[in-house]
Ligand binder design. Structure first.
Ligand SMILES: [Zn+2]
Length: 191
């Protein structure tokens, strides 16, 4: 393997780890905020690291009241952080110099695609955790019928705030039907 080729691979590995672990850290900090649209020292630090301003308290309270959010940092603030992570990863990727040898270009293209999807896709998954579930009338009736049998889960249960991470790049593993990390393309079975 030529030096330039191994160099670009190392840099792409680094970039995938930056992306994966930054998104997981942001998601983690957001999910650990106990008051809906509230804050925590870790969350405020993260906003600071990614040079984002905290939303005014009255608008955060209004947002929490109108959506019925159960816990977690404001989705808008998470969106700003994720957009900043994606933007800086894209900038790093654009600066890399690499020979278009087919193998590298496929990988670079895949990472560009991942970057473009991060803010939107991560927010969809975040909202599923922190927002109240909207049930159909039928599902609601089923749930109340089952309540005598099954203990309802508390809103801020561990399963909702815990995220599994990819063993290679640290990216969140949020989709149960994925067998391969979306960020670094490593099969979970090989980790
Ligand atoms: Zn990964």
């Amino acid at each position: 393997m030529s030096e330039a080729m191994s160099d670009i691979r190392t840099k792409l590995d680094e970039l995938e780890r930056f992306l994966g672990s930054s998104v997981s850290d942001a998601l983690d900090a957001a999910l650990q905020v106990e008051i809906p649209c509230g804050e925590s020292p870790a969350w405020l630090e993260l906003l600071d690291v990614f040079r984002q301003e905290q939303t005014a308290e009255d608008s955060r309270q209004r947002a929490a009241a109108s959506t019925g959010q159960l816990f977690g940092a404001p989705p808008d603030e998470l969106n700003m952080v994720l957009t900043e992570i994606a933007g800086s990863a894209k900038e790093r990727l654009n600066k890399l110099e690499w020979k278009d040898d087919g193998q590298n270009s496929g990988r670079v293209q895949r990472i560009f695609n991942v970057i473009d999807c991060i803010p939107r896709e991560t927010l969809i998954l975040y909202r599923k955790r922190v927002m109240p579930q909207r049930r159909s009338m039928f599902a609601g009736a089923m749930a109340s019928a089952q309540q005598s049998v099954r203990k309802p889960e508390p809103a801020n249960s561990t399963s909702k705030t815990f995220i599994m991470r990819c063993g290679k790049c640290g990216a969140p593993r949020l989709k149960k039907d994925n067998f391969t990390c979306e960020y670094c393309d490593t099969p979970y079975a090989e980790q």
